[in-house]
Design a protein around this ligand. Structure first.
Ligand code: MF3
Ligand code: CO
Length: 250
């Protein structure tokens, strides 16, 4: 499938989806506390999304059974919320959410610490977020996608962490996953040339240990193979002539 270029009207709808998603993440961050279940987190997120008349895009996506992916500690992404899974002080919790507004999608993820967390966990969350910006700051029309991927990898590995290989970012628009695929690690080819009007979900998944991951028997939850911590940071990004605009931040 070709990479789609969005019109100004479509971009306006994606801005609105992104704004509501940013609010959802703000509300989730405020609500997080030890003792709550990962299902509580899902319920709160879904309520915020629906209160704006939006649809949570993950719910029933390929059979995924919730609106917010909640991944704790060694879980990388796609953790399934559960009433039995209680978050506690010292945990790190990755929250991934998607919103559909008038047919247009936004996708974003954040990792938060619960109360006091270890210095290593703190650093992992910070470096993961910073690696996103190291890549994204290169974005403008004419740049090849591999430059972005390379910068994310160099930053994360430069801080002693590793980049998950088995999952990648993606184009986004009327579908949650559009072309191109966006690896967070270097490719041997330079990849597509970015053009103004492309909208990209860039989402480094960074492990404190080695990069290998496994899938749990629920067929969703991705965990680090070595049991190390993992963090995730994602925004929906618009490519412009001069640079970029973050659509899921306000
Ligand atoms: N944010 C995830 C991604 O970018 C989507 C989660 S998959 C779902 O691929 F099934 F949970 F929706
Ligand atoms: Co995504």
């Amino acid at each position: 499938m070709a990479i789609t270029i969005k019109s100004n009207k479509e971009i306006e709808l994606m801005r609105e989806a992104g704004k509501i998603l940013a609010i959802t993440h703000e509300e989730l961050e405020k609500a997080l506390r030890p003792g709550m279940s990962t299902w509580d987190i899902n319920r709160i997120g879904e309520e915020v999304i629906r209160s704006y008349g939006c649809i949570p895009s993950f719910l029933n996506y390929n059979g995924y059974p919730a609106s917010i992916c909640v991944s704790v500690n060694n879980e990388v992404v796609h953790g399934i919320p559960s009433k039995k899974k209680i978050i506690k002080e010292g945990d790190i919790v990755s929250l991934d959410a998607g919103v559909i507004y008038k047919g247009y999608q936004s996708d974003a993820a954040r990792t938060h610490g619960i109360g006091q967390i270890s210095a290593e966990a703190e650093k992992l969350i910070r470096v993961t977020r910073e690696s996103f910006f190291e890549g994204v700051k290169l974005i403008k029309e004419g740049v090849h996608l591999n430059e972005v991927s390379k910068a994310i990898q160099a930053y994360a590995e430069g801080h002693g962490f590793s980049v998950v290989r088995d999952l990648v970012g993606h184009g986004i628009g009327t579908a949650l996953h559009e072309d191109p695929q966006i690896p967070n690690f270097a490719q041997r080819r330079r990849g597509p040339r970015l053009q103004a009007g492309m909208t990209l979900a860039i989402e480094p998944m960074i492990n404190a240990g080695k990069y290998s991951v496994n899938w749990l028997d629920d067929d969703w939850t991705v965990v680090t193979a070595d049991g190390s911590l993992s963090a995730h940071y994602e925004n929906t990004v618009l490519v412009t002539k001069e640079g970029y605009e973050l659509l899921s931040v306000r």
